[in-house]
Design a protein. Structure first.
Length: 329
């Protein structure tokens, strides 16, 4: 067994002799990667996937060894500009599906959203929950920061943007699955009322609705509400969507009590600049000397996405609906 340091915690990588493999390829590639790991070092890339094709440094023929265990190579996008190179990278990505701990040990290789999340859970030491999903996203971002040492090509860049969006959606999906009890808090599946929001929490004097969106708001968030009490939730990327006084007024007029914006990076630009949407919004108001917006209850209108769990739990923990009041929100 070898141990790598991640944020002061020891991440254990099992010796291949102690791992149960389903095929020869996994055994050989796992062993190959394991041999490049230096015990006691930081958890960071030890393999460069480019070197299997661009500069064949490694004495390891990925495609031939893969074909020795599987009947065919993975299917590729018809738009791929270099199918041979992409084939090798997809083979590695398929390996992640079975051994996600290696996601952060190989650089210059694209990763699927579920693989990033599983890898982050292993590094964080817990599965995604409503109380820790922002921490898990932070781990994903930290691994991503060391994942590339060159500019991505067009295909890689497009894949990365898509993956970031999917990660955000999956994390929020897990969060709400954990919170929903289908009695006082439940998803809206009826087409007739889906335009009002995605979830509803039984409260007084009005039920509290939640409209959950992913990366960009545009006009989709404002399409919810209809003067209900409602929360906007999402891994929103564009802070300018929440700095216009007219847009804020329109949100409030539609019934929004708060907009929960990510306080971790959700785009490659934010990753590079070490910022996030929530802080960009706050910085804008402060730099312009404008008072931060409040809701009709006098509470903050722009809130951290990481506070969503605490705010909702405070209401969910009140079993008596007569005491579950949105005026306190």
């Amino acid at each position: 067994m070898k141990r790598l340091d991640f944020r002061g915690c020891q991440i254990e990588i099992d010796d291949p002799a102690n791992v149960q493999f389903d095929n020869d390829f996994d055994r050989e590639f796992y062993t190959f990667c394991y041999q490049h790991i230096t015990d006691g070092r930081a958890y960071s890339p030890v393999i460069n996937s480019d070197l299997f094709y661009d500069q064949p440094k490694y004495n390891f023929d990925l495609s031939q060894k893969y074909l020795g265990s599987f009947p065919a190579l993975p299917r590729l996008s018809a738009k791929a500009t270099n199918k041979d190179r992409l084939t090798l990278k997809v083979i590695i990505r398929e390996f992640y599906e079975r051994f996600p701990i290696f996601v952060g040990l190989v650089k210059n290789n694209t990763v699927l959203a579920n693989q990033s999340i599983k890898n982050a859970e292993l590094l964080f030491g817990d599965t995604v929950k409503s109380a820790n999903f922002i921490n898990i996203k932070g781990v994903i971002d930290e691994v991503n920061r060391s994942a590339w040492d060159r500019d991505k090509d067009t295909s890689e860049s497009q894949s990365g943007v898509s993956t970031l969006g999917t990660i955000s959606e999956k994390l929020l999906e897990i969060v709400f699955d954990n919170l929903v009890d289908n009695e006082k808090f439940f998803p809206i599946n009826q087409r007739e009322v889906q335009s009002y929001g995605d979830f509803v929490l039984m409260c007084l004097p009005n039920n509290l609705w939640l409209s959950v969106k992913s990366n960009f708001v545009k006009e989709r968030l404002l399409a919810s509400g209809y003067t209900n009490d409602i929360l906007g939730v999402g891994f929103f990327q564009d802070s300018s969507e929440f700095t216009s006084s007219v847009r804020i007024r329109n949100f409030q007029k539609a019934g929004f009590l708060a907009i929960y914006c990510p306080d971790v990076p959700v785009s490659e630009k934010q990753l590079d600049n070490h910022t996030n949407t929530h802080d960009e919004i706050i910085d804008y108001f402060q730099n312009e000397g404008i008072e931060l917006p409040s809701n009709i209850n006098g509470k903050p209108f722009i809130r951290r996405l990481s506070d969503l769990h605490t705010d909702l739990t405070a209401i969910l923990n009140e079993q008596d609906v007569r005491k579950r009041l949105v005026v306190d929100f």
